[in-house]
Ligand binder design. Structure first.
Ligand SMILES: Cc1cc2nc3c(=O)[nH]c(=O)nc-3n(C[C@H](O)[C@H](O)[C@H](O)COP(=O)(O)OP(=O)(O)OC[C@H]3O[C@@H](n4cnc5c(N)ncnc54)[C@H](O)[C@@H]3O)c2cc1C
Length: 839
C-alpha cells in the first residue's frame, strides 16, 4: 500500500513539475527527496530503492554537469544534426530570417500570455487620418462606379487618376518629410478596406504603390539621394511605380528568376560608369502598362570580378525609368475582367548605372532579403484589407437583399438555408475584421510579423472568398447577370486575384505558415539550427546543449500540460482577471490548444525531421491550427477592445466556435494521417484523452448571427464599419439600404394586410392582375391599414422592385453604347452616376 502511495506521489509530482516546466535542478532535488523518503519510510522494497538510486545517480550527475552532459549527449546529437540537416540556401535563409516573431511566438509556446495581448492599446486613427477617410476617400468613392470603370473606361477614368495623385493616395505610406501622408498601417488598412467596399479597380490601383514596391523599398534601403529624388515624386504621383519580380518560368518559386544583370562598364549620360547590363522578361506586373518607374528584380552576376570575389552575387533590385532605352512595356493582361493596369515587360542587354540599384552598389545581391523583409509586413495590410472590404460589401448588401427579396410570400432571409449561409458570412466577417486590425496594430508596433502576415493574407483572402461565394448563393440570378445594378458579381470574379498574388494561397498554406513558423516561432528550433552552423566547435557545443535541453524540457512540459488540460477540460487554466465572463472558456481552450499544438509540432518535427517539408498536407494542417488560434486571439481582443458589445456577442461566439471546431479537425487530420502510428496514438491520447470538445456552432447561435445581417442596427453598422455608403439614387447598395429601411418600417402594415387576406376580410384574388397599390387601396378603404401604412407598403414595393431588377442589354450586349463620350456612356438601364456624383 505504502509503495502505491509513494509511486502515485512521485507520478503526480513529476507531472506537476513537468506542467510548470521546472528546471533540471528542481527536478533533481525533488527526485532526491522522493528517494530519501523511499529509503527512510521503507516505501519501496530495498532492492527497488537501490535500483532507483543507482539509476538516479547515473542520470543526475551527467545531466546536471554541463561539461559532462555535452561530452556524453549533446555533442553526439549535434554531430547527427550536422549530418542530416539539409543545406540551407541563402534565399531560404533570408526568407526564414526575415521579419519578427510576435503573438505567433506565444501561440507556439503553449503558454500564450493573454494579459500581454489584451494590454496592447486598440488601434486608433489620428485626426488627419480620420479626416482623410471622411473626406478624400468618400470623394474618391463618389467619383467612380465599378461598372463604368470596368466596362466604359476599362481603366480608372482620367479625372479619377488625377484625383488619386493630387490627394496623395499613392503616397499614404511615404513619410511626411518626403511629401507623403505618413499614415499608420492601421490608417492605410482602413483606406484600403473602404475603397474595396466600392471599387476593386480603384482599390488595386491605390494598393500597389503603397505595397511592396519602389516606395517601400526606397524608404527602407534607398540611398539618401534616391530617397530625395524619388520619394517626393512618388508621393505626388509624378511617378507611377510598379514592381516586377514574376517571370513566365518563375511564379511561386520567385527566387529562381532567370532574369539577369551582368556587372560591366558602360555609357550613361555621356560618361563611362560602372553598371549592369540587364536582360529580363516579366509578366503579370500590376501598373506595369502605365508605370513610369519600373522596380525590377534580377539576379546579378560579376564574371569579371569588377565589384568583388563572388560571380553569382544574387537577387538585386533596381529602379529603371520606363523611358530608358531598351525598356519594353508590353500589352495588357485582363485579370478576371478587372481593369486595373496589369501586363508584361521586358528588356535585353539594357545598360543601367550602378546608382539605379536600390541602395546602390552595397545592396547588390541583397534584393531577396529586402523583398522578404518588406513582404513580412506589407502582406499583412493591403490584401487582407481588400478582402475584408469586399466581405463587408457582401454582408451589408446581401443581408439587406435577403430581407427585401421575397419568395413563397416570405423574405428569403427567413429561410433556414439562407440563414445558415448568412451566419457563416457574419461570423467570418467579424473574425476577418478583427484579424485585419490586430495585424495592422502589430505593424504599427514596429513589428514585421512574417508568419502572422502570411496567416492574415492567406486566411482573410480565403474567408473573403467564402463570404462572397455564400453571398452569391443567397442573391441567386441577381448576382449572376452583370450590369450596373449587380453589386456582387465583380467582387466574385476578382477575389481570386488576391488568392494568387503575394504568395499563392496553396503554397502559403502548405509550405510557408508552418514551415516558417516552426523555425521562427518555436522557442528553440532556430537556436538549434544556428548552433549547427556555428564554426567554433566550443561555442556550437555550448549553444546547442542549452537549446537542446531547454527544448526537451519544453516538449515534456507541453506533453504534461496537454494531457492535464485534456482530462480537466482546461477548466483550471488561469485567465487574465477582468476578461468578459462569456469569453473566459475560450481563453482556457485556446491555451489548451496552444500546448497541444506545440506538442504536435515537436513530435512531428522530431520524428519526421526534414521530410516534414515534403509532407505538405500535414504541414498545412499544422499551419491551420496556428492560424486559427491567431484568428481566435484577434477576435477575443476585438471583443474586449470594442467594450464587449452585447449585440456582437453572437458574432464573437460563432466565429470562435467555428474556428475552434476547424482547429480540432486540423488536429484530427494530423493525427489520423501521421505516418508513425505509435506517435500518432501518443498524440491522440495526449491531445484528446476524453474525446473531442468541439462540435459545430449550434443552429440557434447561427440564427442570432444571421438576424444581425437583415436588420438595421448598431451591430450591423459596426460589422460593416468603414464601408462606403453612396448617396447616389442609382447605387445598387444604396438602393438596398433604402428598401431595407422601408421594408422594416412597413412590416407591421404588411402583417395586417396578410392577416386580412388570410382571414378573408380582403380578397387578394379578386383582381389577380391588379398590382399591390390596388390591394392596398382596398385595404385602406376596408380600414385594415391607415393611409400612412398604405403609403409605406407601396413605397417598399417600389424600392424593392428597383433592388430585384437586373440589367438587360441590346443584342451586342451594349458594346455600341459603352463608349466614352457617347450619349449613353453606360448600360441603357442605368445612367452614368460618376459625373453626377462628382458634380
Ligand atoms: C493580377 C495579378 C497581379 C500580379 N501582380 C504582380 C506584380 O505587380 N509584380 C509581380 O512581380 N508579380 C505579380 N503577380 C504575380 C504573382 O505574384 C504570381 O502569379 C504568383 O507568384 C503565382 O505564380 P504563378 O501564377 O506563376 O503560379 P504558379 O507558381 O505556377 O503556381 C500555381 C499553383 O501551384 C501552387 N504551388 C506552387 N508551388 C507550390 C508548392 N511548393 N507547394 C504547394 N503548392 C505550390 C501555387 O500555390 C498555385 O496554386 C501578379 C499576378 C496576378 C495574377
Amino acid at each position: 500500500m505504502l509503495t502505491v502511495i509513494w509511486l502515485s506521489a512521485v507520478l503526480i509530482g513529476a507531472v506537476a513539475l513537468a506542467y510548470v516546466n521546472a528546471s533540471g535542478r528542481v527536478v533533481t532535488a525533488a527526485l532526491a527527496a522522493a528517494l530519501i523518503v523511499a529509503w527512510g519510510a521503507h516505501a519501496v522494497p530495498g532492492w527497488l530503492a537501490l535500483i532507483l538510486t543507482v539509476v538516479f545517480v547515473l542520470l543526475a550527475i551527467p545531466l546536471n554537469v554541463p561539461a559532462l552532459r555535452r561530452a556524453l549527449i549533446s555533442d553526439a546529437v549535434l554531430g547527427i544534426f550536422r549530418k542530416v540537416m539539409p543545406p540551407m540556401s541563402q534565399t531560404e535563409r533570408d526568407a526564414i530570417e526575415a521579419g519578427t516573431v510576435w503573438w505567433d511566438g506565444d501561440l507556439f509556446s503553449g503558454r500564450p500570455d493573454w494579459q500581454r495581448l489584451l494590454g496592447i492599446p486598440p488601434a486608433k486613427l489620428t485626426d488627419d487620418e480620420q479626416r482623410f477617410l471622411d473626406n478624400d476617400v468618400e470623394e474618391l468613392c463618389a467619383m467612380v462606379t465599378d461598372w463604368e470603370t470596368t466596362n466604359v473606361y476599362r481603366d480608372v477614368p482620367p479625372d479619377v487618376w488625377q484625383f488619386i495623385k493630387d490627394r496623395g493616395f499613392l503616397g499614404m505610406t511615404i513619410a511626411k518629410e518626403y511629401g507623403g501622408l505618413g499614415f499608420s498601417a492601421y490608417a492605410h488598412s482602413q483606406v484600403m478596406t473602404k475603397l474595396s467596399t466600392h471599387s476593386g479597380t480603384v482599390s488595386v490601383t491605390v494598393m500597389v504603390p503603397n505595397s511592396l514596391g519602389p516606395g517601400e523599398l526606397l524608404a527602407h534601403y534607398g540611398t539618401d539621394e534616391q530617397k530625395r529624388h524619388y520619394l517626393p515624386r512618388l508621393a505626388k504621383g509624378l511617378e507611377i511605380p510598379c514592381f516586377a519580380l514574376t517571370s513566365p518560368v518563375a511564379g511561386s518559386d520567385a527566387a529562381s528568376i532567370p532574369d539577369y544583370g551582368i556587372v560591366c562598364w558602360g555609357e550613361h549620360d555621356g560618361r563611362r560608369v560602372l553598371g549592369l547590363r540587364v536582360t529580363w522578361d516579366k509578366r503579370y506586373i500590376t501598373l506595369g502598362p502605365v508605370a513610369t518607374l519600373l522596380g525590377l528584380a534580377f539576379r546579378a552576376f560579376d564574371p569579371d570580378h569588377l565589384v568583388g570575389e563572388r560571380e553569382d552575387i544574387g537577387i538585386t533590385c533596381a529602379l529603371i525609368p520606363t523611358t530608358h532605352p531598351g525598356v519594353l512595356i508590353g500589352r495588357r493582361h485582363m485579370p478576371l475582367n478587372a481593369v486595373f493596369q496589369n501586363g508584361p515587360n521586358s528588356g535585353k542587354d539594357v545598360f543601367i548605372p550602378m546608382d539605379w540599384v536600390i541602395g546602390g552598389q552595397p545592396m547588390l545581391g541583397r534584393g531577396w532579403r529586402m523583398l522578404m523583409e518588406c513582404l513580412a509586413a506589407g502582406r499583412g495590410i493591403s490584401l487582407p484589407a481588400s478582402a475584408t472590404g469586399m466581405a463587408k460589401l457582401a454582408v451589408r448588401a446581401v443581408g439587406g437583399y435577403a430581407r427585401v427579396r421575397q419568395q413563397f410570400n416570405t423574405p428569403i432571409g427567413r429561410f433556414e438555408g439562407i440563414e445558415e449561409a448568412r451566419a457563416r458570412m457574419g461570423g467570418n466577417l467579424y473574425m476577418m475584421d478583427a484579424t485585419r486590425v490586430l495585424t495592422a496594430t502589430a505593424i504599427d508596433l514596429a513589428q514585421k510579423p512574417a508568419v502572422i502576415s502570411g496567416i492574415t493574407k492567406l486566411h482573410l483572402t480565403e474567408r473573403g472568398r467564402a463570404v462572397i461565394t455564400d453571398g452569391m448563393d443567397v442573391v441567386g440570378g441577381k448576382g449572376i447577370c452583370m450590369g450596373p445594378s449587380n453589386f456582387l458579381g465583380a467582387a466574385y470574379m476578382q477575389l481570386p486575384v488576391m488568392l494568387t498574388v503575394e504568395g499563392a494561397n496553396i503554397l502559403t498554406r502548405s509550405l510557408i505558415v508552418f514551415g516558417q513558423g516552426a523555425i521562427r516561432c518555436h522557442p528553440y528550433v532556430l537556436k538549434e539550427i544556428e548552433a549547427t552552423r556555428e564554426a567554433d566547435r566550443e561555442k556550437a557545443s555550448i549553444a546547442f546543449d542549452a537549446a537542446l535541453f531547454a527544448h526537451l524540457r519544453f516538449t515534456i512540459s507541453n506533453f504534461a500540460r496537454t494531457f492535464v488540460m485534456g482530462i480537466t477540460g482546461a477548466h483550471f487554466v488561469r485567465v487574465p482577471a477582468g476578461v468578459a465572463p462569456e469569453a473566459r472558456r475560450y481563453y482556457q481552450q485556446l491555451t489548451r490548444f496552444s500546448a497541444a499544438f506545440a506538442l504536435l509540432a515537436d513530435l512531428a518535427m522530431g520524428t519526421l525531421g526534414g521530410t516534414l517539408k515534403r509532407k505538405e498536407k500535414l504541414s498545412a494542417r499544422l499551419g491551420d491550427i496556428l492560424s486559427l488560434m491567431y484568428l481566435c486571439s484577434a477576435t477575443l481582443k476585438r471583443y474586449e477592445d470594442e467594450g464587449r458589445q452585447h449585440g456582437d456577442a453572437p458574432l464573437m461566439h460563432w466565429a470562435i466556435w467555428d474556428a475552434m471546431f476547424k482547429a480540432q479537425n486540423a488536429f484530427e487530420g494530423v493525427i489520423s494521417n501521421f505516418p508513425n502510428r505509435l506517435v500518432a496514438a501518443v498524440m491522440g491520447a495526449a491531445a484528446f484523452p476524453l474525446g473531442r470538445p468541439y462540435v459545430v456552432p449550434p443552429d440557434r447561435l447561427g440564427q442570432r448571427v444571421a438576424r444581425i445581417l437583415i436588420e438595421p442596427s448598431p451591430c450591423r453598422d459596426r460589422l460593416t464599419s468603414a464601408m462606403y455608403m453612396s448617396r447616389s439614387p442609382d447605387d445598387p447598395v444604396a438602393q438596398i439600404e433604402r428598401a431595407l429601411a422601408a421594408a422594416v418600417a412597413a412590416e407591421p402594415a404588411e402583417h395586417k394586410l396578410r392577416a386580412a387576406v388570410k382571414s378573408g376580410r380582403l380578397d387578394a384574388k379578386e383582381d389577380p392582375e391588379a398590382g399591390i397599390d390596388v390591394l392596398v387601396t382596398r385595404a385602406q378603404a376596408a380600414g385594415v391599414i391607415t393611409p400612412a401604412e398604405a403609403q409605406a407598403i407601396v413605397a417598399t414595393h417600389e424600392l424593392t422592385a428597383k433592388v430585384i431588377r437586373v440589367d438587360d442589354f441590346a443584342q451586342d450586349l451594349g458594346a455600341s453604347e459603352m463608349r466614352i463620350g457617347s450619349a449613353a456612356a453606360s448600360a441603357p438601364t442605368a445612367p452614368s452616376v460618376r459625373h453626377k456624383a462628382a458634380a
